[in-house]
Design a protein around this ligand. Structure first.
Ligand code: MLT
Length: 222
């Protein structure tokens, strides 16, 4: 099985794992403990409309901060206080990236690294690609290290060079935690008083949940 790591989808893979470690992936994985369905939406207006039509909980951020009028932010810590049938979620990078992916799409992070790797291996035929959401299309160290944590469970496979580099970089957990806490994304969250989210996003294998994105909706497993 080929395993590659990329900032963009190469479209030659049959399974994609999307990683937005701080925080969209982690919020989605956590929210599936209390919600049946998550609908990721690109813009605030559509999210608001969809949530009121579906009597859904409405969550999201812009520049990291909760959106005015929403029930909650894109926070894995806060989302645990909510439950229901449907969660509508809009975030800057993570939810946008899901659109346009044609393969089978899974959502991964530190909190479900082992489970998402195993599920990908289970359903892929020849090529798993891990996509780092990044920040505005640019590299973000937390996604690279989160990807490394996931790919370290796929080490026996045929890794491309970036995938291999991510595994090597993610070996020392203390160094990983420090690098993620020092990342630009984490610094932004600390400034907003959301440091608890950073600690939560760094928990390893807290969940067996593997979110699957299909027909514009995210649900548990396949
Ligand atoms: C995103 O999707 O852009 C991020 O998860 C931003 C955040 O909420 O920290």
């Amino acid at each position: 099985m080929k395993v590659s790591l990329n900032l963009e989808n190469s479209h030659s893979n049959d399974v994609t794992i999307v990683v937005d470690a701080l925080r969209a992936s982690t919020t989605i994985i956590t929210a599936l403990e209390n919600f049946q369905t998550i609908i990721p939406v690109k813009n605030i207006e559509d999210a608001t409309k969809l949530a009121s039509e579906n009597f859904a909980v409405l969550a999201g951020e812009r520049r990291g901060a909760p959106v005015k009028g929403f029930d909650t932010g894109n926070s894995p810590v806060e989302i645990q206080n909510f439950s229901g049938e449907v969660l509508v979620l809009t975030t800057t990078n993570g939810t946008r990236i899901l659109e346009g992916l044609k393969s089978k799409v899974l959502v991964g992070s530190f909190v479900n690294a082992k489970a998402v790797a195993e599920k990908a291996l289970d359903i892929a035929e020849n090529h798993i690609e891990v996509i780092m959401a990044g920040v505005n299309g640019r590299f973000a160290i937390e996604d690279f290290l989160g990807a490394g944590e996931i790919i370290s469970h796929l080490q026996d496979q045929e890794l491309d060079e970036l995938a291999l580099a991510s595994v090597m970089a993610s070996q020392d957990k203390i160094a990983v935690n420090e690098a993620v806490k020092n990342s630009k994304s984490a610094q932004g969250l600390y400034e907003l008083g959301l440091g608890e989210d950073v600690d939560f996003c760094l928990k390893r294998n807290l969940y067996d949940t593997v979110p699957v994105y299909k027909n514009r909706k995210i649900r548990r497993n396949l």
